[in-house]
Write a protein that binds this ligand. Sequence first.
Ligand code: FAD
Length: 307
Amino acid sequence: MTSPPTNCWQNYYTPETVAEAVALLQRYDGQARVIGGGTDLVVEIRRGLHRPVTAMVDASRIAGLDAITEENGYIMMGCGVTHSQIVRNAQIIDRGTCLAESCSVIGGPQVRNVGTLAGNVAHALPAGDGTIGLLALGGEIEVAGIDGTRWMAVEDSFRGPGKSRIDRHREVLTRLRFRPTGMREGSAHHRVMRPQGLCLPIISMAVRLQLDDGNTITETRISMGPVGPVPYLAKPAIEVLVGNTASDELFSKAADVALSSVSLRASKYRASHEYRAQMVRTFLPAILARAVARATTAKAVPKGTGS
Ligand SMILES: Cc1cc2nc3c(=O)[nH]c(=O)nc-3n(C[C@H](O)[C@H](O)[C@H](O)COP(=O)(O)OP(=O)(O)OC[C@H]3O[C@@H](n4cnc5c(N)ncnc54)[C@H](O)[C@@H]3O)c2cc1C
C-alpha cells in the first residue's frame, strides 16, 4: 500500500471570483497555494519538492476566466484556459499560431485537457512550452493580489528556474493576453526533445515577425529555452533581423548570433552541447522561414496540432 504524501494540503477551495480567491490567500497568510490544473504542482508535491501548505486555492474554476476572448485589440485568455482550448481555438490558430503550436506539444491529451497556460507561465521553468510561445508573441499577464491588479510583460515575471515574481501563495495570475498577428505578420514554434525516456526538451523556440511589402523584417521576437535560468528573449538575434530582407542567409546568421548569446549546457538527460547547438542552427532558420511563409500567404496551418 502506498502511503499518502506527508506534505498534503488539508483544505481545497474552488473560489468563483478573483476577490474570493485573493481573500482566501490573504486569510491563509502564506500557508495556501494557488493551483490550476495541478499537472506540475501535484506531481512536485508528491515528490516532496514543496514546503507544506494548509490549503489549495483553485484558480481554474473562477467564473469567466475559462474562456478565450478578443478585447481591445488583444486575444485574452483566462487563467482557467487549458492547452487543449488554445490548440483548438480558431483565432489563436490564425493569429497566434506559435502559441497553438507550443501548447500542442505539451504532454499528452490528458495533461493538455487540464493543464493551463497560466500554470505554465506561473511555474516559470526555463523551457515551459506555452510560455515560449507566448513570450515570442509579446504576451502579458495580469496578476491580482490584495493591493489590486497589475499587468506585466511575460518576460518580466521570471526570477530564476521555477521562481516567479508572482507570489503564488498570495497572488493569482488571472489573465494572459497578446496582440494578434495582423497583415504581413506570422509566427511559428518548434521543440526538439528526446523521443524516449525523460520528457526533457532539448530546445524549444518560437518566433513572431512582421514584413513590409519588400520583405524587409520590420519587427520580430525570438524566444528560446532552456538556454539559461529563465525563458530567453534572444535580443541579439532580433537586432540582426530587423531592417534586413528575409532570406535563408540572414536566418542562419541570426541562429549563429542567438547561439553566441547563450550557453547551452551539455546534459546527459538532454543532449550534448554540439547537438543542441546544431538543433538551433537547423530549426531557428526553419521556423523563421515558416513565419515568413505565414506572413506572406496569410495562411497558418499549425504543425502537429491535428488541425
Ligand atoms: C506527463 C506530463 C507531461 C508534461 N509535458 C510538458 C511539456 O511537454 N511541456 C511543458 O511545458 N510542460 C509539460 N508538463 C508540465 C505541465 O503540464 C505544464 O507546465 C502545465 O501548463 C502546468 O499548468 P497547470 O495548470 O497544471 O499548473 P499547476 O500544476 O496547477 O501549477 C503550476 C505552478 O503554477 C502556479 N499556478 C498555477 N496557476 C496559477 C495562477 N492562476 N496564478 C498563480 N499561480 C498559479 C502553481 O502554484 C504552481 O507553482 C507536463 C506535465 C506532465 C505531468
